[in-house]
Design a protein around this ligand. Structure first.
Ligand SMILES: Nc1nc2c(ncn2[C@@H]2O[C@H](COP(=O)(O)OP(=O)(O)OP(=O)(O)O)[C@@H](O)[C@H]2O)c(=O)[nH]1
Ligand SMILES: [Mg+2]
Length: 445
């Protein structure tokens, strides 16, 4: 009797602390799958029929979408899900920060406590703008130096051309004409590098201007310190304004107060675009999360109290490979974020990884080829909109070394959402989104 009483008290003290609302930022570079991921996450929570097996360890819960926040752009779940389920199209790229609020009502494990509810605010946050937060830490001279060093390291023709332009500037050069020319040359280089799968691109608004397209504030570019003092002063002024008005007052403001973060990592993109892109993505991820680094902690504390205590690294598009490759796919994701996880550990931030397909757009089938049975994926290719069976090959379990890297060995294709007709209240076809829900919200359910 006495023992039972004690056990009950202990159990009750084990109930996870429930704050009434929790904020989750979903971040990742453009095209990494944020919008489809958030749409699927909401859809799985709304219609839990498929996730019941994993979540059966939790009491039932009910999810509702709440009214949009008055001070933020709405994440348009209804339009995105209509495109994915009915029109079999991917949503267009997003170039702004959007929010949505859900309310989850759970039945308590302890009848005496009754039902309880909590809110989750989800935010779709472009990784390009997250990279901008590193600029808070750099003055214009430092930013220029860092960018120039990076361009030198890339060792590619297009970057060398910009460095040559910088070297050709005379010390007395100034004026709007040269300012526009330099800005455009640097901006076009950033667009080129983005298209060629490089990750460490700043300022974010040069490639994703959103409402700031053609704003004169953006008229700057990195310069060799001391080379052209008048030009330097004028770019320095605009850089300072950009960091204060855009990075600090808008982009940082939206990032404050988050408890959990999802970082989408495009592992397949890194694998198929060569060693340079892989290295750059790894470094880019490090920069994106640099405010957790204990060395930067004091600096960032003055801007915001980093309250994130859980980071989940997710690689989506697992349906672009066969089911037999998923365990290697998971290993590759771990390989990509391993060092970062260690750094976050030091900062007492809990981390985990998960591969998913937010929307499963292919099926794995077995086919005979030259006497061997191989795993193929069947799906509608985005290129020609026709159903194909493709052999995506084997994935390594570690990223290759510089010497052995051959991007040509790996080629993953984009598929369109399958032409499935969904029943009412049937959630989006997926791989492992149930595990994401458990890893991200399990302690609250
Ligand atoms: N096969 C497959 N492709 C996916 C999946 N999720 C995203 N994609 C592909 O990735 C593209 C980008 O997905 P989005 O969700 O729009 O990515 P995003 O990160 O929001 O991109 P931006 O808004 O441009 O920053 C889609 O157009 C699809 O081609 C998935 O679960 N499976
Ligand atoms: Mg998007």
């Amino acid at each position: 009797m006495h023992n039972n009483f004690l056990t009950n008290i202990l159990n009750i003290s084990n109930i996870p602390f429930r704050s009434n609302s929790i904020k989750i930022a979903i971040t990742g570079l453009s095209r990494s799958g944020k919008t489809v991921f958030i749409s699927s996450f909401i859809d799985q929570l709304l219609y839990q029929d498929k996730i019941i097996s994993i979540t059966s360890s939790h009491p039932p819960f009910q999810t509702k979408i709440k009214a949009p926040l008055s001070n933020a752009k709405r994440f348009d779940y209804y339009t995105f899900i209509q495109e994915l389920k009915q029109e079999h199209q991917w949503p267009k790229g997003t170039d702004e920060i959007t929010h949505t609020v859900l309310e989850i009502e759970t039945k308590s494990r302890f009848a005496i406590l009754g039902n309880s509810s909590f809110k989750i605010e989800l935010i779709d946050y472009p990784g390009e703008w997250l990279l901008d937060l590193t600029l808070l830490n750099l003055n214009f001279k430092e930013y220029s130096q860092k960018t120039i060093n990076w361009l030198k390291q890339l060792n590619i023709k297009e970057a060398k051309k910009y460095l040559q332009t910088l070297a050709s500037l005379t010390s007395d050069i100034s004026g709007q004409e040269v300012e526009i020319k330099l800005h455009n040359e640097y901006k076009n280089l950033m667009i080129y590098l983005k298209e060629n799968h490089y990750s460490q691109i700043t300022p974010g608004r040069f490639i994703m201007p959103s409402d700031l397209a053609n704003d004169p504030m953006l008229l700057f570019a990195p310069l060799t310190p001391n080379a052209a003092p008048t030009l330097f002063k004028s770019f320095e002024k605009r850089y300072k304004k950009y960091v204060k008005d855009v990075v600090k007052d808008i982009q940082l403001e939206h990032f404050k107060g988050f408890e959990r973060q999802v970082v989408l990592v495009d592992v397949l993109e890194a694998l198929q675009n060569g060693y340079g892109c892989y290295k750059d993505m790894k470094q880019g991820l490090k920069s994106m999360l640099s405010f957790y680094n204990h060395k930067n902690k004091n600096f960032f504390l003055q801007w915001f109290e980093p309250s994130i205590n859980k980071v989940l690294f997710v690689a989506t598009k697992a349906d672009q490979t066969t089911a037999s490759q998923h365990s290697n796919f998971s290993e590759l994701l771990i390989d990509m974020v391993d060092e970062l996880k260690k750094e976050l550990d030091i900062a007492h931030i809990q981390t985990d990884t998960q591969i998913v397909a937010a929307l499963k757009s292919t099926t794995t089938i077995e086919k005979k080829y030259k006497g061997q049975t191989l795993s193929f994926i069947r799906g509608i290719l985005e290129d020609d909109k026709v159903l194909h069976d493709l052999y995506p090959g084997e994935m390594p379990s570690k990223f290759p070394t510089k010497e052995t890297y051959d991007g040509a060995n790996y080629g993953y294709k984009n598929f369109l959402p399958l032409k499935k007709s969904y029943r009412e209240n049937e959630s989006l076809e997926h791989i492992n989104m149930d595990r994401v829900i458990t890893k991200l919200l399990g302690d609250l359910l």
